[in-house]
Design a protein around this ligand. Sequence first.
Ligand code: SAH
Ligand code: AVI
Length: 610
Amino acid sequence: MCRHLAYLGPSVPLADLLTAPEHSLYEQSWAPRLQRHGTVNADGFGFGWYPAPDDPPDDPPDDPPGGPARPGRYRRAVPIWADPNLPDLLRTLSSTALLAAVRSATAGTSQDESAAAPFRDGPWLFSHNGAVPDWTRLPDTGLGPAEMLALEAHSDSALLWATLVQRLRRGQPAGAALADVVRRTAAARPTARLNLLLTDGRGIAATRHGDTLWYARADGRVLVASEPDRSGAPWQEVPDHSLLLATPAAVHIAPLRPPGRAPRPSHRADRTPTSPEDADRMTSRFSLETRLPADHTAMALRADVLNGLGAQPRWLPPKWFYDARGSELFEEITRLPEYYPTRAEHEILIRRAPEIAALTRARQLVELGSGSSRKTRVLLDALTAAGTLECYAPLDVSASALEEAGTALCRDYPGLRVQATVADFQRDLVLPEPQGPEQHGPRLLAFLGSTVGNLDTPERRAFHGLLRRTMSGDDALLLGADLVKDRDVLVRAYDDSQGVTAAFNKNVLQVLNRELNADFDLDSFDHLAVWNEDEERIEMRLRSRHQQTVKIPDVDLSLDFARGEELLTELSIKFRRESLTAELAAAGLQVRQWWTDQQRRFALLLIVPD
Ligand code: SAH
Ligand code: AVI
């Protein structure tokens, strides 16, 4: 269902944006890698670009002095690769701003170039990636007969554009107008896919709602696209159901409130920002630093795949579960009736948070593997109530989880700075440098959810040592640890009846397919959760249903899986008080408090350096 792209930055030949990079929009027209619906985008294409700011306006009455310029546009109803004029045009046209799209038409819509994006009105260019079911009967569009008859094309995208133009002409800010169109359309058509992209040549507003969306910002330029090219730009995935507002100076992402959800009480300003400036006010307390090298996914994943999948028995490190989809699936797991650890730890946190705040008096809360930071709110509430907390510093490999959690927390905790870091805590545990007055205050490090149990014994020893060396005398560590218990309870927690854990487990194969061009067939593997009695750990595995060969061309691997052969994807160690306390003591860490939930399923440890 279409791919689109917008760019703002220094003037560049359009070919540098559209055709030159590896896996450019041009290539995405016949070989998209992340597209969730449809296959090729061969039903037309288009691009719009802006004259240089010092070019004389082409049409003075329409272009007020100093006002935004009207873009030029080129659209065709043929596949992008079938237009012989294109290479010359792209080579000779340059611009500081561009919006381009390749189209996969929805059945029953216009097939001519009038339906190819970008749509245009005054300074605005617009594209829609998605589909609205039964769009001809979409209620409450606010469009009268004249506007319906004036639709640029017979298509769902042209209809959405007309409803958006109404709002923009009324002066509604771009972000608010996009959010409004998405919410209203999704309320009437819950399965609609509504990835919208809008620019006026100065800012970009976009929604992710049902398909993929990425952005890259560096060196005074910003790109927003359905999927990343392979130019080496620092691409970041935008979480689903988000509004993105971007300029070359800043990118802000806010969750789109689902239709019908009541706003929260007014002291928690739950609203969608309406412009980059507005988003700035709401989220200037949020920063996100990426410590992973730009080629981290490429290099580290390649190394792990060669190392683990080439070995016998085959294995993979669990951190590769957590792309945007994996992070979403983990959140679903935490809500499953069988998955008790999150609820048990939450119960302890609620009971003990005031004590933790009083004991630590932390000015900075640093959280490793923070994910959605949902349980962390209990700690944030207690530390805020104690009046000590100034900064929350979550660290995770998942940029999408950090973006989503960070923007929501800034909105909900008006006095809090959120300083997020994308990093691998096993590789690079340099805690974020405090940027505020809490520099000399005590820190509380939190490592919740029993993620420590996903490290094997040597990895855990090394990690505890690393933690100890990172902590100063007045720092404390809050560690969540799942405990040994009845086998059936454990197995059910990792093999739930709805198959969510199975989907989470298989997601790692999807990551390999996407990142390394592997051809894993997810249906050819079964999810397994096995209790290893001797090692006291759950082992998640994927078992090959039949004899098969899997190719991973990017690392030159061809893997023969025998029928029944297993691939180990995760260890989840379950702990006992005595051995865990001893293990921590060996690293110079002393357990001050050991709290459990009422049913003694899970422990929360407050730890200080020796
Ligand atoms: N702490 C949250 C999330 C647990 S899920 C909770 O208790 O619910 C595990 C989290 O750790 C995920 O968000 C994952 O992205 C992150 N993670 C896993 N391995 C990591 C690594 N090596 N470095 C940084 N983050 C990691
Ligand atoms: C993040 N980690 C502690 C979870 C666990 O329980 O080991 C990951 C998980 N795997 C399957 N379900 C949940």
